[in-house]
Design a protein around this ligand. Structure first.
Ligand SMILES: [Fe+2]
Ligand SMILES: [Fe+2]
Length: 278
């Protein structure tokens, strides 16, 4: 997550608007995945977080549709990147790149869970508010921040999983992780440009969104009630540390991102301040 990598991932966004392309995954050595390479943590906690990762990734079609609904009027190209192309009757004509990449994550974690436990996970997808009603500027702002916070959360949890694994298991987690870093850089940079948002406002908003997302979905998690029972204080501190390290990296990068670079990237002036809440 160096600044160079984050800038490179952000620079790819305008290209996605004209030439959509998904990030190519490295092959995963499924036969090499077992409990043995879980290191420095109770394997049960590791597996619970894999289950949590599977569930938070779904239902991606509804997530994408939700983002399309929010973005279509303010930035059709971003709506296309996230939610694809829709016919006037609402039918899906093409998938967006974000959705295509995200679609690979839940099955990957589900397969890892199966290989680690010999049990099939019965995921309980999150609920999504997809009412299709027109959105206010404040709604759009909150939606983008909630997407940033979800990508931040996924990046942090997958980094933690990688830090507690080696070999084929670690390599498997690295694939969704690289997608999440990619999305995080794109959404963050877009938000900074489109909404002219300041870092601290975004951080505050993202933290609040993440907390509300976790609270909102806690009752829907298969292992939601158990994680706190298995996690030690050290585990909790380490997870919190991972979240904050990711945010510190974003902060550093954010300071290096100039407005002229962003305007050059998106080839126009920032979008209207009306999309910022009062
Ligand atoms: Fe994901
Ligand atoms: Fe993502």
């Amino acid at each position: 997550m160096s600044s160079d990598i984050l800038s490179h991932r952000l620079s790819d966004l305008p290209t996605q608007f004209t030439q959509p392309h998904t990030r190519v995954w490295e092959p995963i050595d499924w036969k090499g995945i077992s409990r043995d390479p879980i290191v420095g943590v109770d394997p049960d906690l590791f597996i619970m977080l894999v289950a949590g990762a599977t569930e938070i990734e779904a239902p991606i079609r509804e997530y994408s549709q939700e983002s399309w609904n929010y973005m279509k009027s303010i930035h059709p190209q971003m709506a296309y990147f996230m939610g694809g192309e829709q016919r006037p009757d609402g039918a899906l004509a093409a998938l967006g790149v974000w959705e295509k990449e995200e679609r690979q994550h839940a099955p990957t974690f589900s397969k890892i869970y199966h290989l680690l436990t010999c049990k099939k996970l019965q995921p309980k997808p999150n609920s999504v508010d997809n009412d299709g009603a027109s959105k206010s500027a404040a709604d759009v702002y909150r939606h983008i921040l909630s997407r940033i916070s979800t990508e931040w959360g996924a990046t942090s949890v997958y980094l933690w999983l990688m830090a507690h694994s080696t070999g084929a298991l670690q390599q498997a987690v690295a694939q969704p992780l690289q997608d999440e870093v990619n999305h995080l850089a794109k959404f963050w940079g877009f938000c900074r440009w489109a909404l002219n948002g300041t870092y601290f406002k975004q951080l505050k908003g993202s933290t609040q969104n993440l907390i509300s997302l976790m609270n909102h979905h806690q009752g829907e998690r298969t292992h939601g009630g158990n994680i706190l029972g298995v996690a030690t204080t050290v585990d909790a501190v380490e997870l919190a540390f991972t979240f904050s390290r990711v945010m510190v990296r974003l902060h550093t990068w954010n300071q290096e991102l100039s407005n002229s670079f962003l305007n050059h990237l998106f080839d126009t002036q920032p979008m209207l301040n009306e999309f910022r809440p009062a």
